[in-house]
Design a protein around this ligand. Sequence first.
Ligand code: FSO
Ligand code: SF4
Length: 543
Amino acid sequence: MFCYQCQETAGCTGCTNVGVCGKSPELAKTQDLLIYVTKGLSVVTTALRNQGESVSPEVNHHITLNLFTTITNANFDNDVIYQRVLDTLKIKETLLNKVTNKESLHLAALWNGTTKEELDAKAETVGVLATGNEDVRSLRELIIYGNKGLAAYMKHANELGYDDDAINAFMQKALAATLDDSLSADDLVALTLETGKTGVDGMALLDTANTSTYGNPEITKVNIGVGKNPGILISGHDLKDLEQLLEQTQGTGVDVYTHSEMLPAHYYPKFKKYSNFVGNYGNAWWKQKEEFESFNGPILMTTNCIVPPKESYKARLFTTGSAGFTGCTHIGKDESGHKDFSALIEMAKNCPTPTQIEEGEIIGGFAHNQVLALADKVVDAVKSGAIKKFFVMAGCDGRQKARNYYTDFAKALPKDTVIMTAGCAKYKYNKLELGDINGIPRVLDAGQCNDSYSLAVIALKLKEVFGLDDINKLPIAFNIAWYEQKAVIVLLSLLYLGVKNIHLGPTLPAFLSPNVAKVLVDNFGIGGITNVEDDIKMFLGGE
Ligand code: FSO
Ligand code: SF4
């Protein structure tokens, strides 16, 4: 196996024996094959579009889910991945018949296999290292990882009935292009930026889907203690799953708690009507082994960020959507999109109530609509000098000790600065007592990692209010933490919006070759992190 798609990759170079995430070599290879056949299908759908034919939403969504399923910590069930490979080949074969000029297609579009032996043999030859040139490999993987992140956001939008064929067409064109040996490094750099542009479109679509369905996030205090009833813990990012779970738990005596990236659900008006929606339990994804243990009740993983479970609570761990783990019950949906969560509800009734691990409240809900409603206050605070600088510290949290940098950084920031956050990175500082500036909290949580879009909308609005011609003239610094592929699409989107001098940590991606990293440094001023003291000086000095 060879995988270097996430920040925790072994030795900051690549996982080769077994994934740091727990991915086995067998699973890694099946995932490589799934990406390969998805590229093959994308070659076919792109050819069909070029012939003037349309591609069905079912096929688009199949491709989206394939990409999402291979995101770090999403699906550890090898049988599921095999089945998706077979299903993808079947769809591809049917569509291939409609292509008029098959001779020009890449081999990936023509290859087929049915037996496990055939699939395994192919899988050995189509991994990341199949691209020999390290710069071409780096750009291809950057494009693929960006599109994996985008696929996750599209899947959430799709679940709420929102879709955009231009985005689907681009994702498939980009996947197909990663097989094309005739493309130069410059072509691939251009495609990387186009991925960023489409990332903005995808996040805007998801923002519309979420806010149209559930209302605009508003300032909310979220309880982090526990109640007296048994509970179900819901993790991941899928709001539609949460909605169905809340509906089905009404009147059952079972409470619902959010975990990790599901916390921002509390900020949406539509979810506030459920009296059994009690609060948030625990922290970022990587602490789940202890926190799922002490939660005592069933846990529903709606998307990625599964840590291979301990036997002690494995029977209480359920998956749905893109998530999967061998031996854990997976809840599918019927043709109308309904999911039956009664197995979790019945289990919860026989479980002890959650053990309290924290108490009190945290505050959030500062997505674009809410912040813009406070725009006058914010602008006054900047003009009066009460707020000197904003720090966008969005992204992910993770296991590595080096990430304590972000807690220390937040603590060490001068009192006239405000942190704008999104994603699970927030857990490094959202429980610190950092106070407020004229009533504006010093940590403004916009929501999930996809709500980084909100932070960009806020920045663009402030640029307009201050009459600036360049987003980089705002008093905003970007110190972003990354872990998996959704952070890659967020980064590419920010680059497309013209944001310069983004600092990325705790380490730069292993998949950036020295030459590709240099392109990002030279053109966008991308940098890493050093230590808290020097970095704060650097950011405040405006370098
Ligand atoms: Fe965190 Fe996981 Fe949202 Fe990621 S929960 S690490 S960037 O999946 O998606 O922020
Ligand atoms: Fe390693 Fe990350 Fe790949 Fe898992 S996802 S195998 S930790 S690089």
